[in-house]
Design a protein around this ligand. Structure first.
Ligand code: J2J
Length: 537
């Protein structure tokens, strides 16, 4: 058992097995079974390359052998930061086969996040692309090598320079005798978007993640003819397993990889590859709806658009069928587990105005007040959940887990929701200090701490300002020491620390003091309302 992993209590595990949520299968075995059933079907399309199920399976077997040759063993962690490429899949399945654990970072992450995740997971290897969107990840890898003693190997997709080429893994003959991990073992570590402070890691087991994948593939109606476009970063839970790329492989369909979700790139792929389904965050839904007006590509193959990550406006939801010609499915999910989907056949009032219902009958969702007491249906409260694919604790985060989970094992989501009589949930807001910038989660405390190290800042409060396109944007409210810092100065400071671009500030204002609550804390609600009412200067 991986140290730092919080397992489900034995009686819950037994129930989940008995009820068929956990089926004792590993992710590697899932792919093998598909490759045996339909070896010649196309599993993955990446640019001009297309791999059948047999090819993906065989490649992952060779890569598993290559990874083992490097000394990477069962239970060890490997930090993976790749763009949406076929290599991501052969690497992850190679790691799954030997029981090594991919830690999934986003391509947008920079040195601060990567060093933190590497140290937290004590990753033995770091896998990157050479250059993606003008950024040279080998530079980042050099810093990680210097600062993180656990990292023994850097593997690079493309021009490896002084590092090991990922393509070299392909030269190995598969091991005759592989030892399968246990289905109850941790299969992967996902990144949390929703916690306060430094990013946390979310351990998902083979059993629980396959349950997540299967239930979401069913809810999305995936089948062998599904052609799923990976528009969002594949490392994100939504694009990876809800149902995402893995759910598409589970259903025996074809995964089409898209390097970026711009309409230019994505529409061309939808036409060329006859894509049937994809998933987007709300600002991209808006962008695609606008772009359709002038697009010349034929998007007629698209049957299903999933939208999630942040609240989709009902008016936007209502435009999807008429403009893109496909069914909309709202998805309210979290990397910690719980998934809610609207049904493909549900009435517009549900699909436009709610964020769906839990996908498992044994998702135990309770909506509570500030004292953890259940509120009546229809009342606003915090969503807490436990269930067959919801974690019982973050990885190596004992102190944080005591706050983030209740004593009876419910995850405190921090989401403020309302439950309608039919069980559908409406997400109204958040009790946690995280700004949801169109699906990208900005951890407030982390950014405030970085800003406090700026010499011109005496005090700072980061607030979310409502925004039509993004849902929220960030605004730093600053009390200056003397001369006021400009927005550009603050962002230069954040950049020099090395944070993901989506965490840079959209706006800054300088104030004399902050409004306070009765308890003397900064009243962020009032602060945000004041800023929102101010014209931009
Ligand atoms: C409002 N808020 C939402 C929605 C997530 C599918 C879809 C999204 C994620 C995800 C995911 C929302 N409306 N439709 O993992 O599998 C906010 C909530 C939630 C947090 C989780 C998936 N869908 N949210 O966004 O782990 O606040 O996962 O708790 O990144 O996003 O963030 P994350």
């Amino acid at each position: 058992m991986l140290e730092g992993f919080v397992n489900w209590p034995a009686e819950f595990a037994a129930t989940y097995r008995e009820l068929g949520y956990w089926r004792g299968e590993t992710l590697g075995a899932m792919l093998r079974a598909r490759a045996e059933r339909t070896p010649e079907r196309c599993a993955v399309v990446d640019g001009d390359r297309a791999w059948t199920y047999r090819e993906l399976e065989q490649r992952s077997a060779r890569w598993a052998a290559g990874l083992r040759q490097l000394g990477i063993a069962h239970g060890q962690r490997v930090l993976v930061q790749l763009p949406n490429t076929a290599e991501f899949l052969s690497l992850c399945f190679g790691l799954f086969r030997i029981g090594a654990i991919p830690v999934l970072a986003l391509p947008a992450h920079r040195v601060t996040e990567i060093v933190h995740l590497t140290d937290l997971s004590e990753a033995v290897a770091y896998v990157v692309a050479d250059i993606h969107f003008g950024f040279d990840y080998r530079t980042l890898a050099r810093t990680v090598r210097e600062r993180c003693p656990s990292v023994r190997h850097v593997l690079v997709a493309g021009d490896a320079q002084e590092f090991t080429s990922l393509a070299d893994l392909d030269a190995h003959a598969p091991d005759a005798q592989e030892t399968e991990p246990d289905p109850g073992d941790v299969a992967l570590l996902l990144l949390s978007g929703g916690t306060t402070g430094a990013p946390k890691l979310i351990p998902r087991t083979h059993d629980d993640y396959l349950c997540n994948i299967r239930l979401s593939a069913e809810a999305a109606g995936f089948h062998a003819d599904t052609r799923y476009l990976v528009s969002l970063p594949i490392e994100h839970n939504f694009a990876l397993g809800c149902p995402g790329a893995l759910g598409c492989l589970y259903a025996g369909g074809t995964v089409v990889l898209c390097r970026d979700p711009s309409p230019d790139t994505a529409f061309a792929l939808i036409e060329r590859e006859r894509v049937t389904a994809t998933a987007l965050i709300p600002p991209l839904v808006l962008l695609w709806l606008e772009a359709v007006e002038w697009a010349t590509e034929n998007l007629g193959s698209l049957e299903l658009l999933q939208a999630g990550g942040a609240r989709l406006k009902a008016e936007t939801a209502a435009r999807v069928r008429g403009t893109l010609g496909c069914t909309l499915q709202q998805v309210y999910g979290m990397a910690e587990g719980l998934l809610n989907f609207t049904g493909r056949d549900e009435p517009d009032s549900i699909v436009f105005d709610t964020q769906g219902r839990p996908v498992a009958a044994h998702d135990e969702v309770r909506i509570v007040d500030a004292h953890d007491q259940a509120v009546a249906d229809g009342e606003l409260g915090e969503l807490q959940v436990r269930g067959p694919y919801t974690i019982r604790g973050y990885y190596r985060a004992e102190a944080h887990n005591r706050q983030a989970f209740t004593s009876d094992g419910f995850y405190r989501s921090g989401d403020m929701v309302r439950r309608l009589p039919g069980g559908h949930l409406v997400v109204e807001g958040r009790s946690k200090d995280v700004i949801n910038r169109g699906g990208d989660k900005v951890p407030v405390e982390e950014i405030e701490n970085y800003l406090l190290s700026h010499p011109k800042i005496r005090d700072v409060a980061l607030v979310g300002i409502p925004d039509d396109a993004m849902g929220e944007r960030t605004c730093a409210c600053v009390i200056a020491r003397d001369a006021a810092p400009t927005l550009a100065e603050l962002n230069t400071h954040l950049r020099s620390i090395g944070v993901a671009a989506f965490k840079l500030l959209d706006r800054s204002v300088v104030l004399e003091d902050f409004p306070k609550t009765a308890l003397g804390k900064v009243n962020k609600r009032e602060l945000a309302a004041r800023i929102a009412a101010q014209p931009r200067g």
